[in-house]
Ligand binder design. Structure first.
Ligand code: PLP
Length: 380
């Protein structure tokens, strides 16, 4: 049953009761691969750590609670989570996904799942009619990611879920950019929520992990079977790091969003910046939808500098606080030049991103320092 306690409280307590054998307040790292049995086949719920491990159980229960889901499953990476979710499909099935879906997800659907007879159509999902047009007889999955990357478009989870369910398709939402503190896709009709816990949930750029949550027992049973059969599971220490991250998620996300809003406004006013993409700005086309679907506008900001690719690369090399690195969601600010880094594989394709685009993962340093850093990088 979803807990009645509030998010901030659930993040600290759910799945994380003091250890029953020692009273340890913090869930121990159960660094063990196997468990003793009282008699053959008779054990206390744990027989082998690919199947289940107590540190992972704590994380899975905490993740489920935060998404207000019945069930949670932890994986070795976000891609292991998405791959395992995709194993709910069969050859001949069809998927619709956003045209600016995370690059690794695009690669999985196009270069891996295609070989197993699963076809994917990529469309601009801000237009629900485009999803309707892309739909086929065997469309079994509508894969949503919102906000999208790197343009931070907002997709309507409720409307897309209605459309999918009218035709018997499942809805999976990659909730990595928003986190469950900001957006809970199951409330809007999604069947599955997926995370790269590497990002905001871990929150400290020190662990790679993934998760899936659902309230449907049939989907959970199948996912759990595939989690064990395929084996893309996280180790106990990685689970422990994500659990530690979850406890401060709410305060971190508040500060990420506050800082991102301030950085976005400063960029709008900068003469060298031609466009700013942030769902909290009044001119963002998804602003009203974001206000309905999200608690705040998140910590990611993208912008275009005048002068094209060369100018953008120069800015990205000159920030001092914003570290030039892939990934996002850590306490430290990062800057990314999508055309040569995270989205390089799309250059020359119809999905290529603007060469002048820069993407920021706005951290929780002081906003004034972050704004000064961007100003000096834009002015030199
Ligand atoms: C990083 C990311 C992934 C992949 O997660 P990994 O943990 O790197 O495997 C999937 N979706 C989104 C939106 C991401 O940002």
């Amino acid at each position: 049953m979803p807990s009645r306690r509030r998010f901030e409280t659930r993040a600290i307590h759910d799945g994380q009761e003091p250890d029953p054998t020692t009273g340890a307040v913090i869930t121990p790292i159960y660094q063990t691969s196997t468990y003793v049995q009282q008699a053959p086949g008779e054990h206390r719920g744990y027989d082998y750590s690919r199947t289940a491990n107590p540190t992972r159980t704590a994380l899975e229960r905490a993740l489920a609670s935060l998404e207000e889901a019945e069930y949670g499953l932890a994986f070795a990476s976000g891609m292991a989570a998405i791959t395992t979710a995709a194993l709910l499909l069969s050859p001949g099935d069809h998927v619709v996904a956003p045209d600016d879906v995370y690059g690794g997800t695009y690669r999985l659907f196009v270069r891996v799942l295609q070989r197993y007879g699963i076809d994917t159509t990529f469309v601009d999902m801000t237009e629900v009619a485009a999803v309707e047009r892309a739909r086929r007889e065997r469309t079994r999955l509508i894969f949503i990611e919102t906000p999208t990357n790197p343009y931070l478009k907002i997709l309507d989870i409720a409307r897309l879920s209605e459309l999918a369910h009218a035709h018997g398709a499942l809805v999976a939402v990659d909730n990595t950019f928003a986190t469950p503190y900001v957006q809970q896709p199951l409330r809007f009709g999604a069947d599955l929520v997926i995370h790269s816990t590497t990002k905001y949930l871990g929150g400290h750029s020190d662990v790679v992990g993934g998760a899936v949550a659902t309230s449907r027992a049939d989907l959970y049973e199948s996912l759990k079977f595939h989690q064990n059969a395929v084996g893309g599971v996280p180790g106990p220490f990685d689970c422990w790091l994500v659990l530690r991250g979850l406890r401060t998620l709410a305060v971190r996300m508040d500060r990420h969003a506050e800082n991102a809003a301030r950085v976005a406004r400063a960029l709008v006013e900068h003469p060298r910046v031609t466009r700013v993409f942030y769902p909290g700005l009044t001119d963002h086309p998804g602003r009203d939808l974001a206000a309905r679907q999200m608690r705040n506008s998140g910590g990611m900001v993208s912008f275009v500098v005048n002068g094209g690719g060369a100018a953008a690369r120069r800015v990205a090399s000159r920030t001092r606080l914003f570290l030039l690195a892939e990934s996002l969601g850590g306490v430290e600010s990062l800057i990314d030049h999508p055309a040569s880094m995270t989205h390089a594989s799309l250059v020359g394709s119809p999905l290529a991103v603007d060469e002048g685009l820069l993407r920021l993962s706005v951290g929780i340093e002081h906003a004034d320092d972050l704004i000064e850093d961007l100003r000096q990088a834009l002015e030199t």
